[in-house]
Ligand binder design. Structure first.
Ligand code: AMP
Length: 282
């Protein structure tokens, strides 16, 4: 089995990176790893000759009211999982490494970051695209792996890579779920048992809308209404948004024609959850 080398400083990362067999696959994470993250690592192992993972809870993508301080961390467990998964190099930058005091350059994708998460988390994607650019520049992978769980993030990264001519192939991997349907997320650990049960309403709502679509309903507002009704029926759930949008542009649809994205953000108690289903063209 590969020995998992760990580095923090960018110079050490570059030295270790130089010695890795090409092509290099990269999986950026915020840690507290679960089977969703590990599915990205597994795919990277299949596609690339070596795999680099980063764990960095990026402060610039959190609003002051978000859960930056509370965000769950367990480096010992993460390291063991990555070692077992056959990762070659683990980069653990600190906030000081990523954002020295004179830091002043930002990457911003314009239209795609406006709807959905953009309406509820202003500035979030600017933090994401800036940190992913910095991670890409340091690691210089040929391939990078993201989860469909964060559908808008994946779309934004794809756009950024295209717009800025980054020579990196982006892979977007399916959502990994718990046996009862809840999308895996590091934030699920915040849920108490009642909230954990209530959190199933996201999956139920998406499934119901998808079933309705498959039965012939192509009116997007009707699909949104199906999802709203199910979320509103759950007393512990507070709906932030539901969407039925074009898969590529994320613009809300009137009629579902081609590949589309059903998505939502819901608060269960203090915990904010997102989930989505892709509707394939019929
Ligand atoms: P995070 O640590 O939450 O920033 O996630 C790191 C990467 O893992 C992102 O590309 C996420 O989209 C992906 N990811 C998170 N949860 C899942 C999941 N349940 N299934 C697949 N990928 C996921």
């Amino acid at each position: 089995m590969n020995v998992l080398k760990q580095v923090t400083q960018i110079s050490h990362l570059r030295d270790a990176r130089k010695r890795l067999p090409e092509p290099v696959g990269f999986v950026p994470t915020m840690g507290y790893l679960h089977a969703g993250h590990l599915s990205l690592v597994k795919r990277a192992r299949e596609e690339a000759a070596s795999v680099v993972v980063s764990i960095f809870v990026n402060p610039t993508q959190f609003a002051p009211t978000d859960d930056l301080e509370a965000y769950p961390r367990d480096l010992e467990r993460d390291t063991a999982l990555l070692q077992e998964a056959g990762v070659d190099l683990l980069w653990l930058p600190t906030p000081e490494v990523m954002y020295p005091p004179d830091f002043q350059t930002w990457v911003n994708v314009e239209s795609l970051t406006q709807p959905l998460e953009g309406t509820k988390r202003p500035g979030h994607f600017r933090g994401v695209t800036t940190v992913v650019t910095k991670l890409f520049n340091a690691v210089q992978p040929q391939m990078a792996f993201f989860g469909q769980k964060d559908a808008q993030q994946a779309a934004v990264i794809r756009q950024m890579v295209k717009d800025l001519n980054m020579p990196i192939e982006i892979f977007v991997e399916p959502i990994v779920r718990e046996p009862d349907g809840l999308a895996m997320s590091s934030r699920n650990t915040y849920l108490n048992p009642k909230e954990r049960q209530a959190a199933l309403c996201l999956y139920r709502a998406l499934e119901a809308a998808q079933t309705t679509y498959q039965a012939g309903q192509t009116n997007a507002e009707s699909l949104r209404e199906t999802m709203r009704t199910i979320i509103h029926a759950e007393p512990l759930a507070e709906l932030e948004y539901v969407s039925c949008a074009d898969y590529d542009t994320l613009v809300e649809l009137e009629t579902v024609k081609g590949k589309s994205l059903l998505s939502m953000a819901v608060r269960i108690g203090k915990t904010r959850l997102i989930d989505n289903h892709v509707l394939e063209a019929v």
